[in-house]
Ligand binder design. Structure first.
Ligand code: CA
Length: 241
C-alpha cells in the first residue's frame, strides 16, 4: 500500500512540484495551502508523514505541529524552513518536529530525509511499547485509543499524554514538577494541582477502585508512579507487541 504524505505549503509552485515528484516516487500525496487547512487534514487524514512549511498563512508550521502533538498525533513531521529564517532547532524539537530541510533544497536530499523518517517510523511502530496492557486496560499509543474491558474509554488529549508518559516511565517515581514539565510544557501556568486533578481523572476512568489505585500509585512526599512489578501490585504492566 502506498504511503501517504501531506504537504502543507503556501507556495503554489513548490507545492505542485513537490507533489508531482512524490507521486512519481510512488507516494500518495495530499496538499494544503495554509496552516489551518493543514492542521485539519493532518488531524483526520491518517498520513504516514507530514511535510510542513514553517511560514504559513492562518497558522504557522510550529503552531500546527504543536497542536498535532497536543492532540496525541505522532505522525512524523518534516519541517521546511527558508534560508535566513532562524528556527531554533531546540524549539522545533520540543514542539515535536522530527527533522528539518532548509529551502532551497535538492529534491534528492528531501527524498532521502523522507525515506529515513518513514523507515524510523516503521521501526518504532513495530517496537514493543506501541501497545500497553495492564489489568483489563489496553492502551494503543499510536492510535491514541484506550480500552477497558474491551470497551473504548474516552480520554482527553492531556489525560492520554499523562497516561502515556506514566506508562513509558513505569516503575519510576515521577515528581509533580517532572510531570508538569514533561506533559504540560507549553501551556500557560498550570500548577502541580493540575497534575493531581488529571491523575484523579485517569484513576476514575481506568482503576477498578479509584480510591485504592492499583496502577497509578501515589508515592507520598514524591509524586506518582505507574506500577511496574509484582512488588508494586499483583500483575504487571508490560508492553506487548
Ligand atoms: Ca511559506
Amino acid at each position: 500500500m502506498a504511503q501517504r504524505i501531506l504537504i502543507v505549503e503556501d507556495e503554489q509552485g513548490l507545492r505542485l512540484t513537490l507533489g508531482d515528484r512524490l507521486r512519481n516516487e510512488g507516494y500518495e500525496v495530499e496538499a494544503a495551502p495554509d496552516g489551518a487547512v493543514g492542521l485539519d487534514r493532518a488531524s483526520h487524514g491518517g498520513f504516514d508523514l507530514i511535510i510542513l512549511d514553517l511560514m504559513l498563512p492562518e497558522k504557522s508550521g510550529l503552531d500546527v505541529c504543536r497542536d498535532l502533538r497536543q492532540q496525541g498525533l505522532t505522525t512524523p513531521v518534516l519541517m521546511l524552513t527558508a534560508r535566513g529564517q532562524t528556527l531554533d532547532k531546540v524549539v522545533g524539537l520540543k514542539i515535536g518536529a522530527d527533522d528539518y530541510v532548509t529551502k532551497p533544497f535538492e529534491m534528492i536530499e528531501l527524498l532521502a530525509r523522507i525515506e529515513a523518517l518513514l523507515r524510523r517510523e516503521e521501526r518504532s511502530t513495530r517496537a514493543p511499547g506501541a501497545v500497553y496492557q495492564f489489568g483489563t486496560v489496553r492502551v494503543a499509543v499510536r492510535s491514541t485509543e484506550v480500552f477497558r474491558d474491551g470497551r473504548q474509554v474516552t480520554l482527553s488529549a492531556k489525560e492520554f499524554q499523562l497516561l502515556r508518559y506514566l506508562l513509558e516511565h513505569r516503575g519510576e517515581t515521577l515528581s509533580r514538577d517532572t510531570l508538569l514539565h514533561e506533559v504540560w510544557e507549553y501551556e500557560a501556568t498550570p500548577t502541580t494541582r493540575t497534575v493531581d486533578v488529571h491523575v484523579a481523572w485517569l484513576r476514575q476512568k481506568l482503576e477498578e477502585d479509584p480510591k485504592k489505585p492499583q496502577w497509578i500509585l501515589t508515592v507520598h512526599g514524591h509524586g506518582y508512579k505507574f506500577a511496574e512489578s509484582k512488588d508494586d501490585r499483583a500483575s504487571t504492566a508490560a508492553p506487548i507487541a
